[in-house]
Design a protein around this ligand. Structure first.
Ligand SMILES: [Zn+2]
Length: 96
């Protein structure tokens, strides 16, 4: 369903579903950074309490965490797109 890293194809190659209506906005990036930051904070706290490692260990943790957050964006975009179609989400309308 993807055409590039995050861009969606116009149609699903398997079933032909029109993907032009899908609009997840910045939801995938928000959830990826929110969840990833929580995990990163927990990992950093655990590392400090358990091992008191040197500062370079935190640099490594930060780089790995940042890459993990970027890697999470695409599956989350797929999930949010699927949830939009499953829940028939659409633009809000005012009753006439
Ligand atoms: Zn499909």
């Amino acid at each position: 369903m993807f055409d590039g890293f995050l861009a969606l194809r116009p149609n699903c190659p398997a079933c032909g579903l029109d993907l032009t209506r899908a609009d997840t906005g910045d939801g995938p990036a928000f959830f990826a950074s929110f969840l990833g930051s929580l995990l990163l904070l927990a990992a950093g706290t655990w590392m400090q309490v358990a091992y008191e490692p040197p500062i370079w260990a935190y640099v490594v943790l930060f780089v790995v965490g940042a890459l993990a957050i970027v890697a999470l964006i695409r599956p989350l975009k797929g999930l949010l797109t699927a949830l939009q179609f499953a829940n028939k989400a659409e633009q809000g309308r005012l009753e006439p």
